[in-house]
Design a protein around this ligand. Structure first.
Ligand code: MN
Length: 258
């Protein structure tokens, strides 16, 4: 029996997760292990400085007072340690996770953790605008999961899927888009005269062809394959001069120390 772990960063009671988990029941044994409250933008953080509590809510449904990454760890290395999940599914997130924003995303980071643990994964996010429907997206997400599971799945498969708000015109296989950073910090004063700050700004995007952002804007489901190797392979060549200079400094230090 196919075992599917479902998590998210919006919390265990979020509609996107509930509807997705219910649809996925048609494909196998679904386990939900998700944060007990919203953990959006917690990225890939792991809780190591305090104990974690795991609460059973229903059969095969648990909450954790931690991050999505904590949830994947508790599920794979504890609850399901006897038979690891065949697939980790994260979402459906309330709001898209495209381009540079995937680095902040708890939804996507849950799938990073799955990759590290050797389990293929899919992250699902929903554009929130007029006409969006978690129910519609949950059905399509389930068709996608079914398609992925129909053939042997590489353990490092990680697909980042974003649904447009309108019924999708189709699917586009995309690369990550780039944010135009116009973030700002707003300073205010609290009633006791102490300053506080909000990180603000409306996201804007470079208009590039073939990106996830473009696909969703045009009304397509975007599917982006991701991996965790952050190496800048072009940089290994283009920064060769810098590498020489750094190597020289290291050699000099060594000579001085000797
Ligand atoms: Mn979220």
């Amino acid at each position: 029996m196919t075992r599917i772990l479902v998590t998210n960063d919006d919390g265990v009671y979020s509609e996107g997760l509930r509807l997705l988990a219910r649809e996925l029941e048609a494909l196998g044994e679904v386990w939900v292990v998700a944060p007990d409250r919203e953990q959006s933008a917690t990225s890939h953080s792991l809780t190591l400085t305090r104990p974690l509590r795991l609460q059973k809510l229903e059969s095969r449904c648990y909450s954790v007072d931690g991050t999505p990454t904590d949830c994947v760890n508790l599920a794979v290395l504890w609850l399901l340690r006897d038979a690891k999940p065949d697939l980790v599914v994260s979402g459906i997130n309330f709001g898209t996770n495209v381009g540079d924003d995937v680095t902040y995303s708890g939804t996507v980071s849950a799938t990073f953790e799955a990759s590290l643990l050797g389990i293929p994964s899919l992250a699902f996010s929903q554009e929130v605008a007029e006409g969006f429907s978690f129910a519609r997206s949950a059905r399509l997400a389930t068709r996608f999961v079914e398609t992925v599971l129909a053939e042997p799945v590489p353990s490092d498969l990680l697909l980042n899927v974003n649904f447009p708000a309108s019924p999708a015109k189709g699917m586009r296989f995309t690369r990550l888009g780039k944010r135009v950073y116009r973030q700002s910090v707003i300073e205010k004063e609290d009633p006791r005269g102490r300053k506080y700050y909000w990180i603000a700004g409306t996201p804007e995007w470079q208009e590039d062809e073939g990106t996830d952002h473009e696909a969703v804007q045009l009304g397509y489901v975007s599917v982006t394959p991701l991996h965790l190797d952050l190496t800048d392979y072009r940089g290994l060549e283009s920064y060769a001069g810098l590498a020489d200079r750094l190597a020289r400094r290291a050699a000099e230090e060594r000579a001085d120390a000797g």
